[in-house]
Ligand binder design. Structure first.
Ligand SMILES: [Zn+2]
Length: 288
């Protein structure tokens, strides 16, 4: 869950407080809890030439369409959300039967909960780390409550592994911190035909446990280094209530070819983003 919401998000998000003392094993405060359980659907949108965003105010899934099928990133909370993903994909002209992989960024119910439904219906392969599969299967409270069906995992991944479908390869980065086995992702796409490289930081919330906080700090550095190596220019997230995401999705939806895509940050914008990630964890660590 979310302990810390980035500063930039605050400006756009009802002036929520900066710190939330929550972990996966405890209940989040009312302000965040209300958003995390708000399953009002968002207008699904095409964000890049082959990358689509479908979800609710709580959490979203991302679909990457390739020549050989669709890679889905995250599956939201539960069967109901899985059906939201299906109807959203259909609205966007995507065929959910083409889902081949479901990459679950980490072992919290708001990310894996819809995976079992989609895996069973479409024979898709669920991709996860072994560590967070264990988290999913051993914690049954908070974000891992009975609301979210557990899923079988078909492919275990570790740092540096790649999931390739068609001409698209998604690079897996292990970034423990938010959860012990969380991962971040980097993949190429195009925006109006121009190459962009997208990064997804897999877990925004900073946990309460000191050990995980130290892992989180290391993971931010790893994420930054790898993102720079791979020339990342754009950034997406599973929780659009941070970083003005609702508005970004609306803008992406209504923009015309050649107009600014708010998910494209450019290299300078990404520098700012890495700094925000560093600052968020440093603020927590320096407080003790
Ligand atoms: Zn989480």
């Amino acid at each position: 869950m979310l302990k810390f919401i980035q500063k930039t998000a605050l400006l756009s998000l009802l002036l929520l407080p900066t710190t939330f003392n929550t972990t996966f094993a405890s209940e989040p405060p009312a302000s965040i809890k209300a958003i995390l359980h708000d399953n009002t659907p968002l207008n699904p949108g095409k964000v890049f030439d082959n990358v689509y965003c479908i979800g609710t105010k709580s959490v979203v899934a991302w679909a990457i369409k390739t020549e050989d099928g669709i890679i889905l990133i995250d599956a939201m909370w539960d069967d109901t959300d899985a059906k939201t993903i299906i109807s959203g994909m259909e609205k966007l002209g995507l065929n959910p039967e083409e889902i081949k992989y479901i990459i679950v960024t980490h072992g919290h119910g708001d990310h894996y909960g819809g995976a079992n439904y989609l895996r069973t219906k479409y024979n898709a392969k669920v991709v996860m780390t072994k560590v967070d599969e264990n988290l999913m299967n051993t914690v049954h409270v908070g974000a891992n409550s009975s609301r979210s069906p557990k899923t079988s995992v078909d492919i275990y991944v570790k740092d540096g592994d790649k999931i390739t479908l068609g001409k698209t390869t998604v690079e897996i980065l292990e970034t423990p911190g938010h959860t012990p086995g969380g991962m971040s992702l980097i993949f190429p796409t195009t925006n109006d035909g121009k190459k962009e490289v997208v990064a997804m930081w897999g877990g925004t919330g900073i946990p309460r446990e000191k050990e995980l906080q130290l892992d989180y700090k290391k993971s931010v550095s790893h994420f930054e280094k790898k993102s720079k190596e791979m020339g990342v220019t754009s950034e997406i997230t599973a929780h659009l209530f941070i970083d003005n995401g609702y508005q970004k999705l609306e803008t992406a939806n209504s923009r015309k070819v050649g107009e600014l895509n708010p998910f494209v940050r450019g290299k300078n914008g990404m520098e700012k983003y890495y700094k925000e990630l560093h600052d968020s964890i440093d603020t927590i660590l320096n407080r003790k």
